[in-house]
Design a protein around this ligand. Sequence first.
Ligand code: MN
Length: 489
Amino acid sequence: MSKSAKKPGPNLQHAIDFATNAHQGQKRQSGDDYISHPLAVMQILEDWRMDDDTIVAGVLHDVLEDTPITLDDLKTEFGESVAFLVDGVTKLGRTRSGMRDLDTYLPSTKDNLLRLLVATGTDIRVLIIKLADRLHNLRTLSALPPDKQKKIAKESLEIFAPLADRLNMGRLRVEMSDIAFSYVNPKRYQELSNLIDKYNQSAEKSMKKVEKEVAELLGREKIKFYITGRIKSVYSLHKKLLKHSGNMGEIYDLTALRVIVDDITDCYLALGLIHSLYTPMSGRIKDYIAVPKQNGYQSIHTTVITPDKRIVEFQIRTREMHEYAERGLAASFYYNEQKLTENYRTGKIQHLPTSLLWITELQSTAAKLRAGKKVDLKKLKLNLFADKIFVYTPKGDIIDLPKGSLPLDFAYRLHSEIGGHVAGVKINGKMSSLNKKLEHGDVVEILTSKKQTAKASWLDKVITPHARGKLKSQLAKLPQKIIKPPKKK
Ligand code: MN
């Protein structure tokens, strides 16, 4: 399974020996030695290129639950950080075991997801170990009795795959949801999977031709690139068909070609060149580079019609975007490994891509909860799961806000000094009212004036608690004369 033949470091080897010992004599349902499972989880985390502590914790993730080993043992043997992670994974398991009855569990998925997330506390790596654990359990699901298979598969579809999506771990989401779907609805899975195979076979020749034509043109224009085919996952086809009442004619992305280039300029150049070769379908160009998806996914999508009437979707992106689309949060760990690892134990809030700021929000809430402070989970749930919008500063910085936010929410989010001196707002270059709801993708420019100060009437023009709080404290500090009734004209 492993592509990397990296020899385990001393700590990892110690963990392997330690876990092998602890699980001695235990078997999985398949009859394999239990240790095969934690080792497989370790392998998955290595493939995701997670940091050393996470990999070590992956090996040890079941010892607290299933063996006499204690948390103190782990601290002594492997240090605070690893012990903290294993403890987190164990607690996560316990949160879920209170929800044994899936019929009542799944309808309130979001609540449970929230509880799962809060239970992971400050360290999102706990969640990543849990996802690796779940992935391996899915890969080996055939060993379990049918009723258990269904339950785990359903839970994976409803909770873990969406979570992977939330973290933009595209490859994981696809594998999890396809395995899970094959257990939840084996007949449909088989049907659709055959359909995809058949389609791909019939399309193969013309796809090869398209690939060649595009490659030649890009090469002539001196663009560095590589092209890969992308096969639609069974589960995403299923979901799309549900949306289009089963009409295959509405599915345009059964076959897609990914064009991976060096930089953003080349993305747009490639788009133009592809459109010079084939007719783009109107309304099917999506620029997720300028306006990324909520989970941070970036790419340009366009659907074209070839001369032999094939419909092909192109996905154009840079290498970094590609890496991030496939591995999501795990990819950003790889790039920030040192900083992140350091921050966990000290409890500092970690630095994440803007698109994953919801995790930061979650972390600070979890910290409040742990400190015994009262937190209104209803509000958190709204902030976490209510749709967010992403808007832009004129310089192109992305600011995420809850849906329904107004220009003053944006202004206070930039800085309370800016908020306190708002004289007007331009949305997409046009002067707008402070009552205008912001839309996903808007470019918002705040005009300020030193003479302008906060007004009480603005309290009706903010929806975020942050802006309201700042505004109130500014109002309280204002000199009396401004609050006096205006003089008669
Ligand atoms: Mn496990």
